[in-house]
Design a protein around this ligand. Structure first.
Ligand code: AHR
Length: 506
């Protein structure tokens, strides 16, 4: 049984926190792909969520929903991983090109449905162009072959006059797509072929050799897993130069999506934050193997809350609450702090599946609380992360196996390339109490303009829906920047973004 040894439910109190941001203490550049996304042929993610077809009454551009593409463009999504997930290692890319009425209908082996292949490579790249994102394609190692994947790459990126380049041109794109990111399988220790690490290393070497030969400009993502798997894979591979990114996944749950207990509320953060340990472990290994000019970076290309209600029967649909969003904010702060090691992350999954940003019901569409977090965090993309020292109260959580101390305020900070805009994102994790937060900027000027936006909702399990699309919403709060300090009071279970625009010469 967990014990919560801070204020119990009841009258809201105040706890206080100080965040000290030192402009001289830079961590490194935040890759914009840290704010990336993931789309799989699963439930209503692609079908209905993205693809409605040209003849649909839902407004669309060449079959792709205009409302969804517009909402994603508005938060500058940098990269989208597709077509899976488990689906990827059962997918034959040739099924998804050419005249749509001639495309085969197949069994979707993993997600209890049939796949009509109306949304294939050309549609995916078009969707990426509409949203402004880079495409990231995950290839088939489990049931495919190096030849199939190399030909997929040729179809996408080859600029010459081959049969596949002509086929792409005939399908609407004489210009190569220039797809930069290629995943060599997905979860190949499980749904991607149930390989041993050493077997996957052998397969990976074959795939990577030919993929690199076809297009040396691409970046390859290898499938990682536990520290033991990662170590054995890299040892047996013996060619760290063939790997640009190693991927790991992290899903977490604590109680139901809505109607959770206080303990379950706090434990979701504890479980989510186990990812920070995974990041530190994996980073240590990667710096050992990827020495020299060619560094291997970490791609956390699936992560998020996976609640018990998201099953095969519900097509992995779940309510997306304010608790999930604050939890995502806490992990995005972790990613910012570890930006020197992390090249990409992809929350799972963009629309209607797991911790999505957007939900739809036929022609209706609404934004989840998690969408608003990505919107608030936009200034961090391609900025330089700064050290943010946080002093705050902690929640002591204990169960029979372990004792955990959960800091009640999380945060991260960055400065824009022109050094005129500072952004500090921070969350109040307390379920009941407000947080009085003062942010101190060390090394900044005496005067600046400050803007604070806060994601709020009545309850931690509040969610948006077609009837209440703004139950969880962003509110502006008036704040003053005075002698390098901004103070505010955050409601319980909320996330804030403070942007400070200084005058030239910072
Ligand atoms: O995101 C749902 C599934 O979770 C993915 O298909 C798989 O990679 C992971 O296990």
């Amino acid at each position: 049984m967990a014990r919560i040894s801070a204020n119990k439910r009841g009258k809201s109190k105040l706890h206080s926190a100080t965040i000290r941001v030192d402009l001289r203490r830079e961590i490194g550049a935040i890759d914009k792909n840290i704010y990336g996304h993931f789309v799989e042929h699963l439930g209503r993610c692609v079908e209905e969520g993205i693809w409605v077809g040209e003849d649909s009454a839902i407004p669309n551009e060449d079959g792709i929903r205009s409302d969804v593409a517009g909402a994603l463009r508005a938060i500058s999504i940098p990269v989208i991983r597709w077509p899976g997930g488990c689906f990827a290692d059962a997918y034959n890319w040739r099924d998804g090109i050419g005249p749509r009425q001639q495309r085969p209908r197949r069994v979707n082996l993993w997600w209890a449905k049939e796949e009509d292949n109306q949304f294939g490579t050309d549609e995916f790249v078009r969707f990426c162009r509409m949203t402004g994102a880079e495409p990231y394609i995950c290839g088939n190692v489990g049931s495919g072959s190096p030849r199939e994947m190399v030909e997929w790459l040729e179809y996408c990126n080859y600029a010459g006059d081959t049969a596949l380049a002509r086929q792409r041109a005939a399908n609407g794109s004489p210009q190569p797509y220039g797809v930069k990111y290629w995943g060599v399988g997905n979860e190949n220790w499980g749904c991607g072929g149930a390989y041993e690490a050493s077997e996957y290393a052998r397969e990976y070497r074959r795939y990577a050799t030919y993929l690199r030969r076809m297009d040396p400009a691409i970046e390859l993502v290898a499938c990682g897993y536990t520290p033991e798997w990662n170590l054995e894979f890299l040892e047996k591979l013996g060619r760290p130069d063939l790997v640009d990114h190693l991927s790991i996944h992290h899903y977490y749950a604590s109680g139901p999506a809505q109607g959770f207990s206080d303990e379950e509320y706090y434990n979701l953060f504890v479980k989510a934050l186990q990812l920070e340990e995974m990041i530190e472990q994996t980073t240590g290994l990667l710096s050992f193997f990827g020495r020299g000019a060619r560094r291997i970076k970490l791609a956390i290309d699936e992560w998020g809350a996976w609640h018990p209600q998201a099953t095969l029967e519900t097509h992995l649909y779940q309510e997306s609450t304010l608790r999930d969003a604050v939890c995502a904010a806490v992990l995005l702060d972790v990613f910012n702090r570890h930006c020197n090691a992390i090249s990409m992350t992809n929350i799972a999954q963009t629309i209607n599946v797991l911790q999505c940003l957007i939900q739809t019901a036929g022609e209706q569409m609404w934004l989840t609380p998690t969408y608003h977090v990505y919107n608030l965090y936009q200034p961090h993309m391609q900025a330089t992360a700064l050290e943010a020292e946080i002093e705050c109260a902690s929640m002591e959580l204990a169960n029979d196996e372990q004792r955990r101390s959960l800091p009640l305020v999380s945060g991260s900070a960055s400065v824009s390339p022109d050094r005129q805009r500072l952004c500090v994102t921070f969350s109040n994790l307390h379920l009941d109490d407000k947080a009085e937060v003062s942010v101190h900027f060390v090394g900044a000027g005496r005067s600046a303009d400050a803007k604070l936006r806060v994601l709020v909702g009545e309850r931690a399990d509040s969610a948006n829906g077609s009837q209440a699309p703004e139950a969880v919403r962003v509110q502006s709060q008036d704040v003053q920047y005075k002698d390098g300090v901004v103070s505010c009071v955050l409601p319980p279970h909320s996330t804030a973004a403070l942007t400070v625009t200084t005058h030239p010469g910072l």
